[in-house]
Design a protein around this ligand. Structure first.
Ligand SMILES: [Zn+2]
Length: 368
């Protein structure tokens, strides 16, 4: 009996040691192993908690970017809440589930751009139309791209004197409730910036406007001991690289790469090709994670690129190569339906976000 207990104790120690070794080897090869998705609506919360425990934990995901937006019962700005939104105790369940698995939650609210989607205005500009960078552009009844206004998404005016008081109260509240040490501000696909008709921004340098907004947000977060994460597309030159106006910038914001603070973390998304832009960010002194979406072949190449960039880097650059973040652009409920085979994905069965997630993290876990 005595021996038996001792044997069990040895086995437990051994398995813990092996698990920790695997973990630390992964941490060295790919420090950030992320998953990015919309925060679940309250009715999907339990399913999502189960998904965290059964799928994210065992795959050694250690970073969960949750796009919260207005899906929280904000107390600081109750007028900005979605009509159905997560409560404080809902969020505490997410925090608890992630803590148990050593997963760091990074909440996201889109700042600057993405203040509307198709023909729907987001809550910030609905409640505060005075923040609209392009108030002259009316939201269409039926959205179509391309359109005469070049309307993709609305932006807020970064030079409006009152905008940061409002958005930072949201940022602080969401970071507090999620116990977050980092915040993701979005900042992708900002098409409207420095609009000629804006009395504050018109005629100003768009790269400087963009960089100043990044700096303002970063300074605010830093004051609370938090890091800023953003998408990288505005910092890439769309024309020279051939990456186009979504995946990169066609409105001259790309020079901001030399103007933003170096402690901002870049989420560098490329969905069609494994572009080697992580090297570009790393050489600028920025930390970067590469983000796949739904193409598993591209994602596997991105995993291997990131590992080899990191392995072959100088000591100065090594730590700039942070890892991989699987991005999901549907809501959590639709993703889980696809993941668990409850519904068919759009397009082929191979190129779906859930298949990409499975394959990419299969590959990542082979690195141990
Ligand atoms: Zn403006």
């Amino acid at each position: 009996m005595h021996h038996c207990i001792r044997l069990i104790a040895i086995l437990i120690t051994l398995s813990t040691t092996l698990r920790l070794q695997a973990q630390s080897s992964l941490d060295d090869k790919l420090p950030v192993r992320g998953f990015c998705i919309s925060a679940p609506v309250p009715s999907q919360l339990d399913n999502f908690l189960k998904f965290i425990k059964e799928e994210l934990g065992p795959r050694h995901v250690n970073t969960l970017i949750l796009r919260v937006e207005y899906n929280y019962q904000f107390e600081s700005q109750p007028a900005l809440r979605d009509s159905i939104a997560l409560s404080k105790s809902d969020v505490q369940k997410l925090v608890k589930a992630c803590k148990a698995l050593n997963i760091k939650i990074i909440p996201q609210i889109n700042l600057l751009g993405h203040q509307s989607w198709a023909s729907r205005t987001g809550n910030l500009l609905k409640v505060h139309p005075e923040f609209d960078e392009t108030p002259g552009v009316k939201m269409p009844a039926k959205y179509e791209w391309p359109n005469e206004d070049g309307l993709y998404c609305k932006s807020y005016c970064p030079l409006h004197p009152d905008v940061h008081t409002i958005v930072f109260s949201l940022v602080d509240e969401i970071c507090d409730v999620f116990e977050a040490s980092a915040f993701h501000a979005g900042l992708d696909e900002v098409f409207y910036i420095g609009d000629d008709k804006c009395p504050r921004c018109g005629g100003r340098d768009k790269a400087e406007l963009f960089a100043n907004e990044v700096r303002t947000i970063n300074d605010h977060l830093k004051g609370k001991g938090r890091k800023l994460w953003i998408w990288g597309d505005r910092l890439l030159d769309g024309k020279t690289t051939g990456m186009g106006m979504w995946e990169a910038s066609f409105n001259n914001t790309y020079r901001a790469i030399d103007l933003i603070p170096k402690d901002v973390m870049i989420c560098d998304w490329h969905y069609e090709r494994p572009d080697k832009t992580a090297v570009y960010f790393a050489m600028k002194g920025l930390k970067v994670a590469t983000c796949p979406w739904r193409n598993p072949t591209v994602a596997v190449a991105q995993v291997h690129d990131m590992v080899s960039f990191r392995k072959d880097a100088t000591n100065e650059m090594k730590d700039n190569y942070q890892g991989i973040v699987q991005t999901v652009w549907s809501d959590a409920g639709s993703f889980m339906d696809g993941f668990y085979g409850r519904k068919k994905g759009p397009g082929s069965e191979t190129n779906t976000p859930w298949n990409c997630f499975r394959v990419a993290f299969g590959e990542i876990n082979e690195l141990k």
